[in-house]
Design a binder for this molecule. Structure first.
Ligand code: ZN
Length: 273
């Protein structure tokens, strides 16, 4: 599943192809994504110039003269920049046709992605308005995590994976950042001291930035696909995730696996408390 770093890399790679270009046509082949694609709303993009691309959580915002449209990659979505005459394949659900003879094509076998019109104030859209802070923005700090956790009896891992508090901390990143900070994933959020939250917020930023950097340098072209070998490469760098019963890379301890909220949690029995 594309996580925040993959979405950020996709956005970065799309910028030179889209920004400053005019959208000529929106072509929808299958409107049945997570929410039905509403061509009537999205055609407001037609004959409008793209001013910028931005990202909020795992949504890519296409900011045009007419307003903003947003794309979510869901579980298996990807965007590619192709020549206009490239024949569509199975699961190529929509194209954004540009005036420079290129198209931005969306492919999504599992159809959990979306393409939504968000108008002039995308922050007010119902899919966006409840979202918490961006982890890479300066507002996301240890102080913030400390403040929002004071009355929470939830486990710290659930706290940092709660999108209404901070967006984009997926399971891998939650596991790894807790390891980096030496915090046990089951520790109750309200019982963690401020200095440990400062460490945790820095770890979250660090691992997300590193992952964005890796994604940016390993991609050979401007189409993003979630390749197995890339996941394999990324996995070798992980300290806890998917390493049940393996030796900790930092001590003689063993990595243990438990389940929290239906998701696998991996942690070192010595390093995290
Ligand atoms: Zn350890």
């Amino acid at each position: 599943m594309p996580e925040l770093p993959e979405v950020e890399v996709t956005k970065i790679e799309l910028v030179p192809h889209i920004v400053g270009n005019t959208i000529k046509k929106i072509i929808i082949r299958d409107h049945r994504l997570r929410w039905p694609i509403n061509y009537h709303a999205l055609k407001k993009l037609e004959n409008k110039k793209v001013i910028s691309l931005s990202r909020r959580g795992k949504y890519i915002f296409i900011n045009s003269e007419a307003g903003t449209a947003m794309i979510h990659l869901g579980m298996s979505g990807s965007l590619s920049v192709l020549d206009r005459n490239t024949i569509p394949e199975k699961h190529d659900h929509f194209d954004i046709q540009l005036e420079n003879q290129k198209i931005v094509r969306f492919n999504d076998p599992r159809r959990f992605g979306c393409f939504e019109w968000a108008g002039k104030n995308p922050e007010n859209h119902k899919l966006i308005s409840h979202l918490g802070l961006e982890p890479l923005e300066k507002e996301f700090t240890g102080d913030y995590l400390y403040q929002v956790s004071r009355n929470r009896t939830t486990a710290v891992k659930a706290l940092i994976m709660n999108a209404s508090i901070v967006v984009g901390v997926g399971n891998i990143y939650a596991n790894e950042s807790l390891f980096m900070s030496g915090i046990h994933p089951k520790r109750m959020a309200k019982n963690i001291a401020k200095n440990r939250y400062i460490s945790l917020s820095k770890s979250i930023k660090k691992i997300l930035k590193k992952s964005i950097k890796d994604g940016g340098t390993t991609l050979r072209d401007f189409s993003f696909t979630y390749q197995e070998e890339k996941i394999g490469y990324f996995k070798q760098k992980l300290f806890t995730y998917d390493r049940e019963n393996k030796k900790c890379k930092q001590c003689d301890g063993t990595i243990k696996r438990i389940v929290q909220l239906g998701r696998s949690t991996f942690y070192c029995i010595n390093c995290q408390h």
